[in-house]
Design a protein around this ligand. Structure first.
Ligand SMILES: O=P(O)(O)O[C@H]1O[C@H](CO)[C@@H](O)[C@H]1O
Ligand SMILES: O=c1cc[nH]c(=O)[nH]1
Length: 234
């Protein structure tokens, strides 16, 4: 048991999938895991542990934004011994070739300000995915999903941004999509020598303003969960 996770020792698997939304954690656990049981409900940030093809897996909500994810990822890694952490998130598309419901496998994550930013002072640390996980996810995606993009994403520190020029610069530099957690996850993974990847579903588009309807949105997330599970155990 930690400050923010009520699971008992041994209740968290070495492989953890992390959606921002705790209800997505419940949906994914009920849909994809065998014998899923609730292991955390502190602050309503639900976490479940079960098995997938016989492998122990935890699906733990991270909350929105890097400060929230940082709390859960720190405790999962440092206190529970998590070794593979895969974010299963939604993101906004930032390039014309990236369509709604497409998947992005985030090779790198640029950010203006993660909780770890201060460590590096003026240096631009480059948070990146674990290559083995990225490659395995790409292989898995070939048999599952159609529109799959691999490249850089932008982990924003704010959803309602008063600095539209930052998003424009990200788009100008080929960044595929925007979300709010991966850069901190990748930085923590580098620090603690564990594996991390963000697999993202494009839920809306910053240029076309299309968006997945709220009702039934979870069903569009199935490919992402399957790919994350296959990559973790490839
Ligand atoms: O759908 P999730 O995983 O929460 O991810 C995205 O959605 C939230 C913003 O609406 C942020 O957490 C962003 O990263
Ligand atoms: O952080 C996010 C997530 C989805 N869509 C966005 O525009 N931003």
């Amino acid at each position: 048991m930690t400050t923010h996770i009520g699971a008992a020792e041994g209740d968290i698997a070495e492989t953890v999938l992390m959606p921002g939304d705790p209800y997505r954690a419940r949906w994914a656990a009920e849909t994809y895991l065998t014998g899923a049981r609730l292991v955390n409900e502190v602050r309503g940030m639900l976490g479940f542990t079960g098995t997938w093809n016989g492998h122990p897996v935890t699906i733990q909500g991270s909350g929105m934004g890097m400060p929230s994810l940082s709390i859960y990822a720190n405790e999962l890694i440092r206190d529970y011994g998590a070794k593979t952490l895969i974010r299963i998130g939604s993101c906004g598309g930032m390039q014309p070739q990236v369509k709604i419901r497409d998947l992005i496998l985030a090779m790198t994550a640029s950010t203006y300000g993660s909780p770890s930013r201060g460590i590096f002072r003026g240096l631009n640390f480059a948070p990146c995915a674990d290559y083995g996980l990225l490659r395995a996810a790409h292989d898995a995606a070939a048999g599952i999903a159609a529109g799959v993009h691999v490249g850089g994403i932008y982990s924003s520190d704010t959803f309602y941004d008063e600095r539209p020029d930052i998003e424009a610069e990200m788009t100008r530099h080929g960044v595929l999509g925007v979300e709010m957690e991966a850069a901190e996850l990748y930085t923590l993974a580098a620090r603690y020598r564990v594996r991390a990847l963000a697999v993202l579903t494009v839920s809306d588009h910053l240029q076309t303003h299309e968006a997945l309807p709220a009702a039934g949105r979870e069903r569009s997330f199935g490919d992402m969960v399957e790919i994350a599970l296959k990559a973790a155990f490839a």
